[in-house]
Design a protein around this ligand. Structure first.
Ligand code: CMP
Length: 145
């Protein structure tokens, strides 16, 4: 079993899609092992997306991610990191396969409903960003702390 991190983004939370997206994840075999709702500060959004700070979309992404509440979710499944990427679909909803979360719910490349960690080491860092070590440990993520 592996853990990964998803964030239901402000566009999806504002459109009342949180429950539907969580149900979709459960139907795809993920177990919810941690769940929060929070409003990211500008500092938190900048830090979380620091890897993109040189990209032209960075400032807009920070504004978007701080525009309303988000729902970070700690998820467990076999091969969770790769499987979650598959289930959410491509960044651009126009390119996302039918039936993926972004094909179903994303509005644009930026307002794309959900984030997922892109590799196991990123998942460890991102899980620790939102969940206390003890909570990750309780979820079975011994290797995450
Ligand atoms: P995410 O998977 O959270 O990782 C980085 C985010 O930046 C991405 O989803 C989008 O929300 C946003 N993003 C990526 N590429 C673009 C782009 N070309 N234009 C606007 N936003 C983008």
């Amino acid at each position: 079993m592996e853990l990964t991190l998803a964030i239901i983004k402000p566009d999806a939370v504002a459109r009342n899609l949180t429950g539907r997206i969580l149900a979709h994840l459960e139907e795809q075999g993920f177990r919810i092992r941690g769940l929060r709702m929070m409003h990211l500060s500008e500092t938190q959004a900048r830090e979380f997306y620091a890897v993109h700070r040189e990209r032209p979309f960075y400032e807009s992404l920070v504004r978007f991610m701080t525009s309303g509440p988000v729902v970070p979710v700690l998820l467990e499944r076999e091969n969770a990191v790769a499987k979650l990427r598959e289930v959410i679909g491509a960044t651009d909803p126009a390119e996302a396969k039918p039936g993926t979360i972004r094909a179903l719910y994303a509005e644009s490349k930026e307002r794309n409903a959900i984030h997922a960690s892109d590799a196991p080491d990123t998942a460890r860092r991102e899980a620790a960003f939102f969940f206390a070590g003890a909570d990750v440990l309780a979820a079975g993520g011994r290797e995450l702390v």
